[in-house]
Ligand binder design. Structure first.
Ligand code: GLA
Length: 375
């Protein structure tokens, strides 16, 4: 077992979680998203060990495992796959560049809470190895290989948003990312006198990964049907809502709903950015509520606990907007809250939530911070 006290780190990496203000389930549909890296993070300590194997210790799971670099194959243990997948995909781009190393991982990112502990782990491992062995991977290579690791080793066919935000995040800025071209603008995250509060439902329904892949397939089905009549559209987010509406009688109801949500959410994201730039925070908050409504009713990736948390804030005039974030089926809601009322909100909603579900709620105070970094 690696001993933290005796461990002489050669490289230490901080790799953050991410939030997404709006543009949910849009990245794999080629549209706009608005994520940011946060101050909650994973810290990874690396040292070379001059062997052909790696020992990885997670202080959260309180156990370690050994990887043989000659045999990078999928594991039965989920968290091992994030690391194995990254090593595998680095080897695809830069064969034989990774040598033996030891790594200690510490985290203050809750798992399965929609703030992407997975991308933080993948990108943190990739960045650390890149620095330790001076491999010369670019940011974009780290982003893409981390995403590929999740596809091939973990099995979630995720988009690019999480890895992009984890690597490219900047303090106090949101990233307006075009997920098709990967062009992006940094937008000042100035919500004053409001702040961002995450409410962790502390539920994580196991549907998450399988249902995620099903949504991706459903979007593809909708796009293929629309393309038969409108071959010029390459992504669902490019199809205007009026055109999607023409397919109401043709497409199965669920597939139609998915497509309608996607086109609406993409437009809503661009509208929300305009409001933010004008400092019209009220309208920005309304966009968050509308986003949740679509995720709940059209895209069907919410759950009763998240719906309760969002609904509860609607009567509180000090909350401008709220919605679920991330893949869904549990995890956190994001809330834009008047800064002097944060404690009132937490007290009020925690009691109601616990009474209703008999589950404790946890509030996460977070600020927008830098992306993955060698410290
Ligand atoms: C997960 C995925 C992302 C994105 C979100 C939903 O976090 O990893 O790629 O699709 O869900 O917006």
């Amino acid at each position: 077992m690696l001993d933290k006290k005796a461990f002489k780190s050669e490289v230490v990496i901080e790799s953050p979680g991410r939030i997404n203000l709006i543009g949910e389930h849009i990245d794999y549909n080629g549209g706009y998203v608005l994520p940011a890296a946060i101050d909650k993070k994973i810290t990874l300590h690396f040292r070379k060990n001059n062997s052909n194997s790696c020992e990885i210790y997670s202080s959260n799971f309180k156990n370690s495992f050994t990887i043989s670099l000659n045999k990078l194959e999928k594991s039965e243990v989920e968290w091992h796959n994030f690391i194995l997948g990254v090593l595998f995909h680095i080897d695809v781009i830069k064969p034989n560049s990774v040598k033996g190393f030891d790594c200690i991982i510490e985290s203050d990112l809750p798992l399965g809470s929609g703030i992407s502990s997975s991308a933080a782990l993948e990108c943190g491992i990739a960045k650390g190895i890149n620095e330790l062995f001076d491999i010369g991977l670019s940011d974009l290579e780290i982003i893409k290989l981390s995403r590929d690791a999740e596809h091939t080793f973990v099995g979630t066919k995720c988009g690019i948003m999480d890895q992009f935000a984890v690597v490219k995040g900047e303090k106090d800025h949101l990233i307006l990312l075009n997920c098709e071209t990967l062009d992006y603008d940094l937008i000042e995250a100035d919500f004053n006198p409001y702040v961002i509060v995450l409410l962790n439902s502390n539920v994580s329904h196991n549907l998450a990964s399988s249902a995620y892949n099903v949504r991706r397939d459903e979007c593809k089905k909708a796009l293929v049907a629309i393309q038969k009549k409108n071959p010029k559209y390459q992504f669902l987010t490019e199809v205007p809502a009026q055109i999607v509406e023409e397919f109401k009688v043709i497409l199965p109801e669920k597939i139609y709903n998915r497509a309608l949500y996607v086109t609406q959410e993409n437009q809503r994201t661009l509208k929300a950015v305009k409001y933010l730039k004008k400092k019209d925070l009220y309208s920005f908050g309304q966009c968050l509520y509308q986003s949740h409504h679509g995720l709940q009713n059209l895209y069907e990736v919410s759950c009763k606990e998240l719906d309760f948390l969002v609904e509860h804030t609607k009567d509180l005039d000090y909350v401008l907007g709220a919605r679920m974030i991330g893949g869904g089926f549990g995890g956190c809601t994001i809330n834009i809250v008047y800064k002097y009322k944060v404690e009132s909100l937490i007290k009020n909603i925690s009691a109601a939530y616990e009474e209703h579900f008999n589950i404790k709620l946890s509030a996460i105070h977070t600020t927008i911070s830098h992306g993955v970094k060698n410290i």
